[in-house]
Design a protein around this ligand. Structure first.
Ligand code: NCD
Ligand code: ZN
Length: 347
């Protein structure tokens, strides 16, 4: 028996599109189902200024197939040299919707990120005044902090002090992976929200490491133990408007993933909506999927909910998804949950 669910068209509140050949290959995978996405600025070199964001936006729109519509929501990459006036101008012109904070060295292409948080105090104060959200990669980079503890330590040592020192600053904790992240969001008021990825709702660290290392399950922040995955699942499916989808779909070619020093990132753009339908169905929360995928994000960012819809259908037979997306740089493996998925998005 088939079952159908129609929801407002979703948006992706955390997406890596890259540039050049990779951008051309992965953009349709997102634009097929999502109306808008918050575009991560961690290119090489990073998207730091308003002019750079405008040029990147033009390259994204030029890469969009003529028959598709998609609105890139641009962000700036915060550095210790970022000019508050440039940030304010890019926001007031409507070009950018957020600024992204990467602690220096925390993840892919984060070398230009912030080491000394006092140096970005002026930018953060301007952002609080004008209501521009800060998207945060919440991991400390200290060599003496275990990689599985880096999110929890970041909340205590960095995020909470920044928020206390900058009243009114609106913050999105990106791709939370721990119960600590869930609890921190829940214990705070309306100026704090969090994105949750598709893959962190599905995998824990055993999936990554037991029975052989699985490079396509390696991403940052790294998947944590099962109790944390369950806390993320409960938050996502709860209907709490402070949690929304940010896929963190992050393409790397297979040679760069399947390597002695493999890149971090899971590529989920292609099958995210089917995976989310499966997850919410499994947890008896299909009525909460529209909030998580299509309503809570726009509400936080002060944007309208998309006026068109998508319909998801559950079939008796398992759905098939491409194993890889071909790019002229090499193949990109599509995230495989490791079990059958029966939901598809009607085309
Ligand atoms: C992202 C990337 O590849 O750009 N990788 C990842 O594992 N998520 C960077 C990031 O969001 O941390
Ligand atoms: Zn990311």
């Amino acid at each position: 028996m088939t079952q159908s669910l129609t929801i407002a068209r979703p948006d992706d509140w955390h997406l890596h599109l890259r540039d050049g050949a990779m951008l051309n290959a992965v953009l349709p995978e997102t634009a097929r189902h999502f109306a808008r996405a918050i575009i991560m600025p961690n290119l090489v070199p990073p998207v730091v200024t308003g002019d750079q964001a405008a040029a990147y936006r033009d390259r994204i729109l030029a890469a969009l197939p003529a028959e598709m519509t998609f609105e890139p929501l641009m962000t700036l990459y915060l550095t210790e040299k970022t000019d508050p006036a440039d940030v304010a101008a890019a926001f007031s012109s409507g070009l950018i919707k957020a600024v992204k904070l990467y602690p220096a060295g925390a993840t892919t292409n984060s070398a230009s990120g912030v080491g000394d948080f006092d140096k970005v105090r002026g930018v953060l104060e301007t952002m609080a005044e004008i209501g521009l959200p800060l998207c945060v990669h919440g991991e400390v980079t200290d060599a003496d902090v275990d990689i599985f503890d880096r999110e929890a330590v970041f909340i205590d040592r960095v995020l909470d002090p920044i928020r206390k020192a900058t009243p009114g600053l609106r913050v999105v904790m990106e791709h939370i992976t721990t119960a600590n992240g869930v609890d921190y969001v829940k214990s705070n008021a309306a100026d704090l929200a969090a994105t949750i990825t598709t893959h962190h709702l599905i995998i824990n660290r055993n999936h990554l490491l037991v029975g052989g290392i699985k490079p396509h399950y390696y991403c940052l922040p790294v998947a944590k133990r099962e109790s944390h995955r369950l806390a993320l699942r409960a938050a996502a499916t709860s209907g709490d408007a402070r949690f929304f989808i940010g896929t963190d779909s992050a393409p790397h070619t297979d040679p760069n993933k399947e390597s002695a020093c493999g890149c971090a990132g899971c590529f989920t753009a292609t099958n995210t909506m089917s995976l989310l339908a499966h997850i919410f169905d499994e947890d008896g929360a299909l009525d909460k999927l529209e909030g998580f995928a299509s309503r809570n994000g726009p509400a936080f960012y002060g944007l309208p909910v998309n006026s068109d819809t998508i319909t998801l259908t559950k079939h008796d037979e398992p759905a098939t998804f491409p194993a890889k997306i071909d790019t002229t740089d090499g193949p990109v493996t599509v995230f495989d949950p490791g079990y059958d998925i029966h939901w598809t998005v009607d085309e």
